[in-house]
Design a protein around this ligand. Sequence first.
Ligand code: ADP
Ligand code: MG
Length: 301
Amino acid sequence: MLDIKEYVEKSNTTSLKHSYMEACSNKEFYQYVSSLPIEEEILMKYTSTLEECFLEHDNCEHCKSFSSCKNKVNGYCLTPEKSKKGIDFSYVSCLKKKKIDLENEYLKHIQYYDIPKEIRRASFKEVYKDDTARVPVMKYMKDFVKNYGKKEKLKGLYLNGSFGAGKTYLVAALFNDMAKKKVKCAGLYYPEFLRDLKASFKTDYEEKFNYIKKVPLLLLDDIGAENVSSFSRDEILGPILQYRMEENLPTFFTSNLTLEELENHLSMTTTGVDKVKAKRIIERIKQLTVSIELVSKNRRS
Ligand code: ADP
Ligand code: MG
């Protein structure tokens, strides 16, 4: 005679077994569960979750691209693993997701501020090859990559030229390449960064200021397009450049202005004209950079 408890247990087991066997009538499901290093008595207890795992696994088997992922959590596959108590289920990232993560790992080393999305993805591989105007810049960049970390005093670039010529794109391509080598970089759209920095005066001003001062590679994008105040010139830009000069930290600039035009721009503030202070900034930029002009057609659509 079975007592009640035993009876309930036995009938539960029977019904679990029944639904498991029923699921196994699907040949592919059966093959899937048979390939798992888990005993049948345990598998039986998890039929419906295993069916879910099987569907996700099957989606992965037939997957063409990450963007067409059919699983509940994109890029992940619900996967069973034997545990002490029975089976643990977890979302394991798929190979395509892992590949994308690896390709994007460099983004951890780079900070872009107000730089367009397509430029954040810039790469040397994609740089237009049809434009000879880029040759001197590309040569400079090739040498930079080769010499970074080997030569102590490596100059950045003052890249000036026409609107839409690809100045920002080229420096971003270099930074992305360096970030892939785990070098920390920051690319800031300078006019907006200045506005933001000033607005953070009561909050994290120091933190931002110090970060920009010390980041190993810095791009001040579109310098010359900002509104100049004596404060931003003498208390922000000046000390940043001074520090970077002393510490040999490569610094890059893009601008629509030549250095002479930038000097003129920096000399005029809302409160008056100061040619000496503007000249001092230009001297620092000259110390920090090699100057190249990029004149090319406007690539902006
Ligand atoms: P600039 O900074 O000189 O004004 P950008 O770097 O913003 O010009 O480039 C203008 C546009 O052309 C951007 O949309 C950018 O993505 C595109 N572009 C520029 N150079 C390249 C390149 N070498 N390969 C692909 N796209 C580029
Ligand atoms: Mg630009």
